[in-house]
Design a protein around this ligand. Structure first.
Ligand SMILES: *Cc1c(COP(=O)(O)O)cnc(C)c1O
Length: 389
């Protein structure tokens, strides 16, 4: 059996016909930019995130850039964020001319360690950019309290967390702005690139909307240097169909996560997400991440050392799983602060010890709403086989 880390084709049987109909309707209308589908999606997404305004754009990366620009963050400013994220989180900060300042993470939930934020604040700090990584929401009340006290803006990176909530309130509704990605592998994925910004601030929404269309409040009248960043009508048509299923799909992901935890909890060489993550949060389970914490299993591995390029226990585990037909992904093998592109920031190995250690231990197991129980049982059996003494 071959198990993929995620499968986008699996959704076709459920929603394929509905999507085809929606796409044909847009195609026949001859209106491919903006229009009813986009307006309808923005309204529905604002409702889903319990915010006043949602502005769609071309990607999650653009959402972050537009959000930072709308808050006038740029040259000379610092933004506090996490190095354990997809590169775009920091890249957006650099793109607008500001400097990312990384704080270390909590090793249990992989999120920015909120106790380290205050120490990282300087006279140049303008904003905090928390990342709801893997769909797990941060304590937004705590972050908003720090921001209020220190007079900082908050930009939530919700790229992996559409449908997640903290204390019953959706992510993206706490900060000044929330930034979402509709990249195909996210919980709410388009068939291509897409993104959205959420906010309760009328003026920010207006500025973001103008920036996304060449800084153009009126046709051919430009007040800012902006971008060309729009959600295609065809993508909006797909998202309109998918948004109605988002909560159901998250429930399916949650059931898969709970099953992994109950079946794998006896294995000592791995660390599972804690029960806290399951019980106390509106986790949307975009990823199911475990840590490989020792090497007692290595003697069971049938691969020769030449088959394994990297040398961490985690990489050996990943290679053996792959040999057995279970395909996994590492989010993320190298933290942002150690990426060659960020050499100039001056971070070194050891700068963020927990982030660095976690990057060498984590592995994401297959999780997607349509993962069948026989497929998940196969994954669980193979993991047990590897760790059998
Ligand atoms: C995917 C992702 C982004 C960027 O979204 P794109 O739509 O791919 O540009 C930003 N931040 C995080 C945490 C992401 O996972």
């Amino acid at each position: 059996m071959q198990i993929p880390p995620f499968s986008l084709e699996a959704q076709i049987s459920e929603i394929g016909a509905e999507i085809e109909e929606a796409l044909i309707k847009v195609f026949r209308s001859g209106k491919y930019i903006g229009g009813e589908e986009v307006t309808c999606f923005e309204k529905a997404f604002a409702v889903a995130t319990e915010t006043s305004y949602s502005v769609s754009c071309n990607s999650g990366t653009d959402a972050l850039i537009l959000a930072l620009r709308s808050l006038n963050i740029g040259q000379g400013d610092e933004v506090i964020t996490s190095s354990f994220s997809f590169f775009a989180t920091a890249e957006a900060i650099t793109t607008v001319g500001a400097r990312p300042v990384f704080v270390d993470i909590d090793p249990e939930n992989y999120l920015m360690d909120l106790d380290l934020i205050e120490k990282a604040i300087t006279s140049r700090t303008k904003a905090i950019l928390p990342v709801h990584l893997f769909g797990h929401p941060l304590d937004m009340e705590k972050i908003m309290a720090i921001a209020e006290e220190k007079n900082l803006k908050v930009i939530e990176d919700c790229a992996q967390a559409a449908g997640a909530h903290w204390r019953g309130k959706p992510v993206g509704s706490y900060g000044d702005v929330g930034c979402f990605s509709f990249f195909p592998t996210k919980n709410l994925g388009a068939a291509g690139d897409g993104g959205a910004i959420t906010t309760n601030d009328f003026n920010l929404a207006k500025t973001i909307r103008e920036l996304a269309i060449h800084g153009m409040p009126k046709r051919y009248f430009h007040t800012k240097i902006g971008y060309n960043s729009r959600l295609d009508s065809l993508q909006a048509a797909i998202l309109n169909v998918k948004l109605t299923r988002l909560n159901k799909w998250i429930e399916q992901r949650k059931a898969i996560a709970i099953n992994y935890i109950s079946k794998l909890s006896t294995i000592e060489s791995i660390e599972l997400p804690s029960n806290n993550l399951i019980n106390n949060s509106g986790h949307s389970w975009n990823q199911f991440v475990i840590k490989v914490i020792d090497n007692s299993f290595v003697k069971n591995i049938r691969l020769s050392s030449e088959d394994i390029l990297d040398n961490s226990n985690r990489d050996k585990f990943k290679a053996e799983l792959q040999r057995l037909g279970v395909n996994t992904i590492i989010y993320y093998p190298i933290p942002i602060h150690l990426q060659p592109a960020y050499k100039a920031l001056g971070y070194k190995e050891g700068s963020l010890p927990i982030t660095e250690k976690v990057c060498s231990q984590v592995i994401s197991l297959p999780i997607f709403p349509e993962l069948k129980s026989i497929q998940q049982s196969y994954v669980i059996d193979k993991i047990k086989e590897i760790f059998k003494k």
